[in-house]
Design a binder for this molecule. Structure first.
Ligand code: ADP
Length: 420
């Protein structure tokens, strides 16, 4: 008997923030699989009744959130507790542990949230990863500059999406970057690690993103994305992702090995994995790995098996123990462009969306930024103008289509006048 014919109803808890782009794709996959989804939303209890949220949690209070989840499941048992992104991976790991469900170690979930923990675990596991040093944001940046080597990268421990990540080639640039990051951190909630700054060696090379899933302890590579736009700094804005990779097969194999070692070093045993690696003459280097799937709307580029299964369906199938007929990506090339914010200001108008959508190979163009709302570019910002999706026969054709579509778009951004 196949597991799918079992009549046992499936139910999961899906943890997310209101602001995530990831929810819809998981809801669609769950509906297809007839899995009942309880959304565990990061929301203040005072607002939970008003919004009629069945499971209101505060992600900045993980122990309390775990207690709430365990209490909730007494009435409604679940097969899995998943977090759609890094924001609740620690809560998902701890709740799964408390409920006796398969889960990643809470250390790995912590590492996914804290870049310093991650670097330490990579170093202990012998994973190729940059040398690093930890500082307090109140440290004298001139002293920091005397202690590190150049070029280096200055970064916060707890932010994501390249926020606050800056390259410094000289002591003077390091001092500026350190001040700039300290200013950003001052405005954030105080939690352990939020006032610390990591400085690490800059790793030159081309960058790739690896999407994988850990199945029975083994990392299966679902897709390797090339990032054809150079990411040389001083800020590291994601733009184009194209899969399959055009790197030679032996380089791709070395990347997969390095990612497998990294997953083991972090104690990731189950579920989705997303990693960024750089490759140079010394081989692959692990920049970052998380126990979650690809962010934003980017998973739309991926389809698996004969039935064009979505990544979220694959993740949910694994989580509740349903069969997965194939981990193989559909053969055609595909890609996405995360449309960067060119300058700070207020978004007043967007034109050319239709023309961009008509470029051969373009599947869709989604502008996610809202009109009349402020836009903040990196390193302070945390969003994109939108996403362009393309498919084609070759990775080169996909890349060309994405660039041509982007050229059709025009964004009117009104500069903010400084307050005097
Ligand atoms: P985040 O979690 O915010 O995305 P990362 O540590 O992954 O932060 O850094 C974001 C990007 O910055 C990386 O994808 C990479 O392009 C660049 N980067 C980060 N650290 C280094 C490094 N040590 N050397 C070279 N580039 C780096």
């Amino acid at each position: 008997m196949s597991i799918e014919s079992s009549s046992e109803p499936k139910r999961i808890i899906l943890l997310m923030r209101n602001s995530t782009y990831r929810g819809q794709a998981f809801y669609e996959a769950a509906k297809k699989l007839e899995i009942d989804v309880i959304t565990g939303l990061d929301i203040h209890p005072d607002l939970a009744d008003y919004w009629k949220v069945p499971l209101a949690l505060q992600f900045d209070q993980p122990d309390e959130a775990v207690r709430e989840i365990v209490e909730f499941t007494r009435q409604k048992p679940v097969q899995a507790v998943l977090s759609v992104d890094d924001s609740a991976s620690l809560i998902a790991a701890k709740a799964s542990e408390a409920l006796g469900l398969i889960h990643n170690s809470s250390e790995s979930a912590l590492a996914a949230r804290n870049k310093y923990h991650m670097r330490r675990m990579f170093a202990e596991g012998g994973v190729s990863s940059p040398q690093f040093r930890l500082f307090e944001m109140t440290d004298d940046p001139h002293r920091v500059a005397a202690e590190v080597t150049f070029p280096c990268v200055v970064k916060p421990l707890l932010l994501s999406g390249s926020r606050g990540v800056m390259r410094a080639n000289t002591p003077a640039e390091l001092v500026d970057a350190f001040h700039r990051l300290s200013r950003m951190l001052t405005g954030l909630n105080r939690v352990p690690g939020s006032t610390q700054i990591l400085v690490e060696d800059y790793i030159p090379g081309v960058e790739v993103a690896l999407e994988g899933v850990i199945d029975q302890g083994e990392l299966k590579v679902l897709a390797l994305f090339d990032k054809p736009d150079p990411l040389d700094g001083p800020f590291f804005e994601e733009t184009i992702y194209v899969t399959p990779s055009r790197l030679p097969n032996e380089v791709q194999a070395a990347i997969a090995d390095c990612a497998g070692q990294a997953a083991a070093a972090l104690g990731l045993r189950f579920g989705p994995v997303h990693a960024e690696l750089r490759v140079n003459d010394a081989g692959p280097w692990l920049v970052e790995m998380a126990g979650r799937s690809i962010g934003g709307l980017c998973s739309r580029t991926l389809r698996f098996g004969l039935n064009n299964m979505a990544l979220e369906e694959l993740i949910l199938r694994q989580a509740v123990g349903l069969e997965i007929d194939s981990f193989s990506r559909a053969t055609e090339a595909s890609g996405v462009m995360m449309i960067p914010i060119p300058m700070a200001g207020i978004l007043k108008a967007v034109t050319g969306v239709e023309a961009a959508g008509q470029v051969p190979g373009i599947e869709s163009v989604e502008i996610t930024a809202k009109l009349n709302q402020p836009l903040t570019p990196l390193p302070e910002g945390d969003s994109y103008l939108g996403f362009i999706f393309a498919r084609g026969e070759t990775p080169g054709a996909v890349e060309t289509a994405l660039r041509q579509a982007h050229q059709q778009l025009d964004f009117t951004i009104q500069e903010l006048l400084p307050v005097i």
